[in-house]
Design a protein around this ligand. Structure first.
Ligand SMILES: C[S@@+](CC[C@H](N)C(=O)[O-])C[C@H]1O[C@@H](n2cnc3c(N)ncnc32)[C@H](O)[C@@H]1O
Length: 257
């Protein structure tokens, strides 16, 4: 009888999962960081003009820490949360004095703070199945509780009409990566689906990855009402200074009374 050969038990490598994985996080940081970078001076002026010149700022969906870095340089403490571990790793490298946690914003621990920010459609993303309009409204209340009187809650969201014509395709390329992008808006269900394929140079080859991002589109009037119910004074804005918003987009500046 032939001798049975024992096959060694090997651990099957689990493919990386979740949103904004390593390559898209890198590409977002390198190729699409200007939204946060250009918004930062306006946001800093906004905080200062409300007398918030230091103290803790909590940044929800902090991404790779572009805005967090400006906060840190300007003397604020920063606590950032992001659902993407790859983004959090980039943020930790960029802002050594900041604190960053790979966690969904709904379960973020909100310490007493002078401001809370969420820059770049953070609340629209449906990566976290618990992210419902009801939970978001409850988060507004928790943020209100965490803020000191006069503290600011600043964020922006995608609204219906975010993709004029309902569908768009673009590509962006750089020396070490390329990114193919398709967005489709479902106006009936008020959702937006983005398909993103990335190619990133790795040695002589290019690694391919793809992600699908689903977003819920919010109603400006409803969000304003929810913020007011939570106890905020609210105004909406069309830009963060040099960062002009595209169609179907709104910024909110909410102040705790
Ligand atoms: C368009 S990026 C903006 C990143 C960063 N704020 C900036 O402006 O560069 C959106 C970010 O929101 C994060 N995000 C989406 N859903 C989230 C959730 N439920 N909890 C925490 N972060 C989330 C994503 O991982 C991503 O980093």
């Amino acid at each position: 009888m032939p001798k049975r050969v024992k096959t060694p038990v090997t651990a099957t490598a689990k493919p990386p999962s979740g949103p904004y994985r390593e390559d898209l996080a890198y590409i977002h940081d390198e190729g699409f960081g200007e939204f946060a970078a250009n918004a930062a001076p306006w946001l800093i002026d906004l905080l200062r003009s409300h007398g918030l010149v230091d103290g803790l700022v909590i940044d929800l969906g902090c991404g790779s820490g572009i805005w967090a870095r400006e906060l840190s340089v300007c003397g604020y403490g920063v606590l950032g949360y992001d659902i993407s571990a790859a983004m959090v790793e980039l943020a930790r490298r960029r802002v050594p004095r900041g604190e960053f946690q790979a966690k969904p914003f709904l379960t973020a621990r909100l310490r007493p703070c002078v401001a809370v920010t969420a820059i770049g459609e953070v609340f629209n993303y449906l990566f976290d199945k618990r992210n419902t309009p009801e939970r978001l409204e409850a988060l507004f209340e928790r943020i209100h509780t965490a803020l000191r009187p006069g503290g600011l809650f600043v964020f922006d969201v995608a609204l219906p009409g975010r993709v004029p014509g309902g569908c768009c395709r673009t590509y962006t390329e750089a020396s070490s990566w390329a990114c193919l992008y398709e967005a489709k808006e479902d106006s009936q269900n008020q959702t937006l689906t983005r398909r993103i394929t990335t190619f990133r140079k790795s040695g002589q080859l290019y690694r391919r990855d793809s992600e699908i991002h689903r977003l819920r589109l919010y109603d400006r009037t409803e969000l304003t009402a929810q913020l007011r119910n939570a106890g905020f004074r609210v105004r909406t804005v069309r830009d963060y200074g040099k960062t002009k918003f595209p169609p179907g987009y709104a910024g909110f500046v909410a102040q705790k009374r």
